[in-house]
Write a protein that binds this ligand. Sequence first.
Ligand SMILES: *Cc1c(COP(=O)(O)O)cnc(C)c1O
Length: 430
Amino acid sequence: MSDGPTYGFDTLQIHAGARPDPATGARQTPIYQSTAYVFRDADHAAALFNLQEVGYIYSRLTNPTVAVLQERIATLEGGVGAVCCSSGHAAQIMALFPLMGPGKNVVASTRLYGGTVTQFSQTIKRFGWSAKFVDFDDLDALRDAIDDDTRAVFCESVANPGGYVTDIRAVADVTDAAGLPLIVDNTSATPYLCQPISQGATLVVHSTTKYLTGNGTVTGGCVVDSGNFDWSASDKFPSLSAPEPAYHGLKFHETFGNLAYTFHGIAIGLRDLGMTMNPQAAHYTLMGIETLSLRMQKHVENAEKIATWLESDPRVDYVTYAGLPSSPYAERAARCYPKGTGGLFTVALKGGYDACIKLVDSLEIFSHVANLGDTRSLIIHSASTTHRQLTPEQQEAAGAGPNVVRISIGIENADDLIRDLDQALTKACG
Ligand SMILES: *Cc1c(COP(=O)(O)O)cnc(C)c1O
């Protein structure tokens, strides 16, 4: 199938990147469980190693099953290329790696997945990188935070855990003016609800562990390139614009044009960091993506129903779902996320910390796990788990205070989920 803008999302989520197996005619994408690939001859091998020809060498760099997934996600996101990785966190390091260097910083939203806050505020310091966190609703604060050493700006489309929604176009106007790439983590929205590239993002990262795979089976990540950024416009991105010593002085941007970032991700990123997705994981994620739009519609439908019910319950203090008419983000959600804001939100209980813990322990259908984006409904008390390493101020800023639980609504019957929440709230709050 030739991919093109003539096909709709539901068609592309099944077909993009895939074709019947040329060797066997197998209709489903085979799991190419092979580490290495036979070269036609010595010249072929030399051309592959010199990046003069595209092909398969060794599965740390490229694998045919993973390649189908890469093309599938790139197509759904409207990008020119994608690199899959072993996890969402690997994808974030892979995304920053070509852009950053010692002494350079990333300006990031305060409203991020807790693990990302830890990765950015602590671990990347070991590379000599740093992060500055600001509230992306305050565009002046964002502008002020950007300095001469900033190399990227990072936010989530629908932010974990609160389901807060970012106005990507407004943020992209700031990064465009500063000549910097905007990286959007689109894990919680998925390309079905939001295509950040169409709103000005340069790069999109995913934890494919979540909605893209959809049923909690494998970890994975992906970096998608819009192909829209001019890496040679300044001297800020030498990995992409200057001669690369590891490839005899090749300049990625000059040689590969709008595929420079993707080629760098494979030829340097995967080759030397080795955060590779394995073909089994790619297979599970390809299976999941085939039903992405159907699942997301049901996640949204259920979440809207359940958030509305919770909001009206006297035991509940507030619900953060941006899809609720009462949300301060309702106007932005309707404008930027017209198909809905996903299945993720937080609920604050009047009973505080103790009630949250009892609620989590009393639910029967909901599972108490550190995951989201599963077909089954999940709940977690962020402050005592995923956001535990954060300071109380960081927890509040991230929307993960002690009185709050995060809910990831699955695709079960909404009425069953409401009954389960009702009985557990009765036990938790009396
Ligand atoms: C889970 C998650 C990550 C990290 O992904 P892993 O696959 O767990 O490494 C990053 N960002 C968001 C929004 C997530 O939900």
